[in-house]
Design a protein around this ligand. Structure first.
Ligand SMILES: *Cc1c(COP(=O)(O)O)cnc(C)c1O
Length: 423
């Protein structure tokens, strides 16, 4: 057993942290709570309250005339997102709809761009919405869905390497889709190696970066990504149900077309012509009116991230998860917890996952008795995150100390497991 870093060391990390001041830009109403769930829903930036109020004022003042400056919001905020968080040059990103809808759109587009190929590949540990959407698409197109089993070996941390994927690929594969960072175990895939391999076989790769964006540096242009989707309410702090994003690399924009052909993708939108005539560029992928309150919120939190800079944010996610793993080793492993996330920082994102047979009871007790917000994932794990702009090192330290306390005093044994319907 190694000795744990003490609280003064955590405070020293906060004093040396170039991002420390960003925490005060969030509206934190109860300082006694350790909020370690920014991977599920980020905290509220103060600036967003003002930004939304300002948009409401424009609506009140200008009414329908406001559309003159709202109409291109999905592209404008998409370009900002691309620049700040995706490593994407302008003209390839839209902020719109939900991750689920965007995934359906891009996977559907990939399938029709590879006629004659009848196989779709994903993994068993993929996020539920992704698996369900692929099941539906396979049925709709009469295709075979191959699901790689990466759940049975906990040591693997759900990670899929290019070498593991290779035997599944052949010239019948139209589409491969995986998460950049696994939502449950937190393992991070090698985007470049996997994308290269899939493209070598003539298939298209769709990345779901929902659990990666805002916690790790994404270089979508440089790593050769064709298609990607993700959300904005996790590490990007844009609020519950804020619009998601889709990325379509310039290289494939003419080649792929999304199944829902809406009027915002029409070349001369306000000519209201009889037939669909798709606009060039990323606009040809937009379905409908941008959600203005949503895009306002995304723009506001991205402005904060721009000031912080993604490299500093990613570095803090590494340092924060490193500290979590060291506290896990000294405090939690001896009490029966396991680590389900890779120890190599380049193979994980901003959260780590702790395994325990009583994970549900522990996660519930942490919320109700110890003021630590984590989340439980079926069947037996708890996720804890460092959301770099909103979380301090001391908050992580305190949270882990309380998890240890919870295990030592077994406060979870007499808890009420029906505490909530959303985990
Ligand atoms: C959070 C998450 C989603 C969420 O989808 P919504 O459409 O926003 O509800 C989808 N995929 C992954 C991988 C996620 O982590």
């Amino acid at each position: 057993m190694t000795t744990a870093i003490d609280r003064s060391a955590a405070l020293a990390l906060d004093s040396a942290d170039p991002l420390a001041n960003f925490r005060s830009e969030f509206l934190i109403t109860d300082e006694s709570v350790c909020y370690l769930d920014g991977n599920s829903l980020g905290r509220l930036p103060r600036q967003t309250v003002q930004a939304i109020n300002a948009t409401l004022d424009v609506w009140a003042d200008e009414g329908v005339l406001g559309w003159a400056h709202w109409v291109n919001s999905a592209q404008r905020v998409g370009d900002l997102l691309g620049e700040v968080a995706l490593g994407a040059a302008a003209g390839q990103t839209l902020v719109c709809d939900t991750t689920s809808v965007n995934l359906y759109q891009l996977c559907g587009a990939a399938i029709t761009a590879r006629p004659g190929r009848r196989t779709i590949i994903t993994d068993a540990a993929n996020f539920p919405t992704d698996r369900y959407i692929l099941q539906g698409l396979a049925e709709q197109h009469g295709m075979r869905l191959v699901v790689i089993d990466n759940e049975s070996d906990a040591q693997q941390g759900e990670l899929i390497t290019a070498q593991q994927l290779a035997p599944y690929l052949n010239d019948d594969v139209a589409l491969v889709t995986l998460q950049v960072v696994q939502y449950r175990a937190g393992a991070r895939h090698d985007v470049r190696a996997i994308t290269d391999l899939v493209r070598k076989h003539g298939a298209l790769m769709v990345w779901d970066a929902a659990h990666a964006v805002g916690s790790v540096e994404l270089d979508l242009d440089d790593t050769g990504v064709d298609l990607a989707v993700g959300c904005t309410y996790k590490y990007l702090n844009s609020g519950p149900g804020a619009p998601a994003w889709m990325y379509v690399n310039h290289r494939v924009q003419a080649e792929v077309q999304v199944p829902i052909r809406g009027w915002f993708a029409q070349r001369e939108q306000f000519q209201m012509g009889a037939n669909f005539d798709r606009a060039d560029g990323i606009r040809g992928f937009q379905v409908a009116s941008p959600s203005l309150l949503g895009t306002t919120s995304v723009e506001s939190s991205l402005q904060m991230l721009k000031r912080a800079g993604m490299p500093a944010v990613a570095a803090k996610a590494v340092a924060g998860t490193e500290m979590m793993i060291s506290l896990f080793d000294t405090w939690l492993a001896p009490l029966g917890m396991t680590l389900l996330t890779p120890r190599d920082a380049s193979k994980r994102g901003g959260h780590i996952t702790l395994g325990h047979p009583d994970a549900l009871a522990i996660s519930t007790a942490l919320r109700t008795k110890h003021s630590v917000i984590t989340d439980y994932r079926v069947p037996d794990s708890i996720r804890v995150a460092m959301s770099p702009l909103a979380t301090s090192y001391a908050e992580v330290w305190d949270g882990f100390q309380r998890i240890r306390e919870c295990l030592l005093t077994q406060t979870y044994l007499d808890g009420d497991l029906q505490a909530g319907t959303v985990t």
